[in-house]
Design a protein around this ligand. Structure first.
Ligand SMILES: [Zn+2]
Length: 244
């Protein structure tokens, strides 16, 4: 490698290292602080309903409220990207209040008590989990339930999508790509007999489906539909952030 390229690469590596080690802000790269005051303000939870997920094809008239607390742009987007792709576990803590607020807001909107509600955490694709070596959403959930106690946290969903990114797909392609994306652990899709087999593992009470970011809502819809067909009482979706 020539000297110029070596310089560029080592410059990039050192700026990533500065963020990882908390020597510069994860949201805006300001040196000397892990998360600056302005980016902390951007992470302040403002819970709202993002959209609803239409499940009328499964149960007539069924719409699930989707709550998020942050706008997925600017510093929020950068912090989430670094948290997940640069594997910076300490960022779970500043992201947790937003998820806790969304869970509370979603429960209130669905007319259920958080303490009666089980969180079902959206699964990570196996290939992605392996590459990252840690579970970003799981660690935010763990921190969030310290602030917003719930009945239980459960991970019955399995992501059966093939490896590959959905980031480049449009709305329609994404809907197609998510059809049949999930299955329920220990259950066989389709025949009633197969569905009953794993029922003991599934939550009985109300369930809020939890994800990091909501964009089109297609992934949440597919996951919720899979749970509902398996007999789970899904009442809402709660996410950290939503696209504006
Ligand atoms: Zn900053």
């Amino acid at each position: 490698m020539d000297r110029l390229r070596t310089g560029v690469v080592s410059g990039l590596l050192s700026s990533v290292a500065d963020v990882v080690l908390g020597r510069s802000c994860a949201g805006c790269d300001e040196p000397g602080i892990a998360l600056c005051e302005e980016c902390r303000r951007a992470l302040r939870a403002r819970p709202r309903l993002r959209r609803s997920v239409d499940l009328g094809d499964i149960e007539p008239g069924l719409h699930l409220p989707v709550a998020c607390s942050l706008e997925y742009r600017g510093a929020v987007r950068q912090v989430l990207y670094r948290f997940k792709d640069h594997r910076i576990p300490h960022l779970a803590r500043p992201l947790a209040p937003a998820l806790a607020a969304s869970i509370g807001f979603a429960a209130e909107h669905a007319g259920v008590e958080c303490t009666d509600t089980t969180l079902v955490v959206m699964p990570t694709r196996r290939s992605t989990a392996k590459r990252r070596g840690f579970d970003p959403l799981g660690s935010v959930v763990a921190a969030a339930i310290g602030e917003q106690p719930v009945a239980d946290v459960s991970t019955p969903l399995v992501d059966t999508r093939r490896a590959g990114t959905s980031k480049a797909l449009g709305v329609w392609e994404r809907q197609l790509a998510t059809a049949g994306a999930f299955s329920v652990r220990g259950q066989v899709r389709g025949p009633v007999r197969g569905q009953r087999r794993g029922r003991g593992r599934l939550p009985d009470g109300p369930v809020i489906l939890v994800d990091d970011i909501v964009t089109t809502g297609a992934t949440a819809r597919e996951a919720a539909a899979t749970l509902i067909v398996a007999g789970v009482h899904v009442v809402a979706v709660a996410t950290i952030a939503g696209t504006p």
